[in-house]
Design a protein around this ligand. Structure first.
Ligand SMILES: NC(=O)c1ccc[n+]([C@@H]2O[C@H](COP(=O)([O-])OP(=O)(O)OC[C@H]3O[C@@H](n4cnc5c(N)ncnc54)[C@H](OP(=O)(O)O)[C@@H]3O)[C@@H](O)[C@H]2O)c1
Length: 240
């Protein structure tokens, strides 16, 4: 039996983050998850064993508090999953430039700062050339291609891809840093049947994979010690 791991996941309040937290709790891991609002979902995960910590990633004071709390809670951190995200389109960014700052703060600045601060406060170990910690940035399958309505969003996710590669070089050999680049994983409840059908028709595999597909990819990254500085696209073969 493998000993329980300690896993930090940002943005566990809904959807993929919620699923990942439940997935690793069910495997017996110790899961620390961040949230902005203490919702019923967060409370349910806490009842399953989640250590829930408040953190708005756009606030440096919250980040510093988070690092301090984590160092009080554990001496070992096996994985950091940068899942939290915002999805502002260009019209929203034009109306409020603070949204552009938020995109970069949540996708790039805060995850990089958190990774480095935790590296200092809780150093990972390397054994026989293998890394003791895995860091994963969840980006976006289309971020390197861009998109006409989401230039800022895609640019910030592309910056996260670059930051992950730099961190892999900076933190070797005790920390591996990879990215998972999802395409369509889950529809939003407000997506109409027509919108869903049109979107699925753009994939070689026309189904909605659900957050399970991200957990499966993360399981693989955790299990395969040779995967570093790598990007796995999970998009059902998007072709448009
Ligand atoms: N779902 C998909 O089909 C899809 C496709 C491509 C990429 N992805 C990527 O996969 C990841 C998860 O996707 P998702 O659909 O589950 O995302 P989501 O529903 O938008 O949830 C994002 C999470 O990030 C948190 N968050 C947002 N701003 C934050 C801030 N300033 N500080 C701290 N937390 C903040 C949210 O917290 P609150 O609950 O407090 O708002 C929420 O828990 C994201 O990185 C996303 O870009 C998903």
């Amino acid at each position: 039996m493998t000993p329980p791991r300690t896993v930090l996941i940002t943005g566990i309040g809904r959807r993929i983050g919620q699923h990942l937290a439940a997935h690793y709790l069910a495997q017996g891991d110790r899961v620390i998850g961040t949230y902005r609002n203490h919702t019923d979902t967060v409370a349910r995960l806490e009842a399953q064993g989640l250590i829930a910590l408040p953190c708005d990633l756009t606030q440096t004071v919250d980040l510093a508090r988070l690092v301090t709390r984590i160092t009080q809670l554990t001496t070992q951190l096996d994985a950091i999953i940068h899942n939290a995200s915002v999805w502002f389109d260009d019209a929203e960014c034009a109306a409020d430039p603070n949204k552009i700052l938020a995109l970069y703060a949540v996708h790039v600045t805060a995850p990089v700062a958190l990774t480095l601060q935790l590296h200092t406060a809780l150093p990972a170990q390397s054994q026989h050339g293998q890394a003791g910690r895995l860091v994963v940035f969840i980006t976006d399958a289309q971020c390197l291609n861009g998109g006409s309505a989401h230039a800022h969003y895609f640019a910030s996710k592309a910056a996260a891809e670059s930051a992950a590669r730099s961190l892999a070089k900076k933190l070797k050999p005790h920390t591996r840093v990879n990215t998972i680049a999802p395409g369509l994983i889950m529809f939003h409840p407000h997506d109409t049947a027509t919108e869903r059908q049109q979107r699925l028709a753009q994939n070689l595999l026309p189904f909605e994979p659900s957050a399970t597909a991200i957990a499966q990819t993360l399981d693989y990254m955790l299990a395969c010690p040779a995967l570093d500085g790598a990007r796995i696209t999970v998009d059902c073969g998007y072709t448009a």
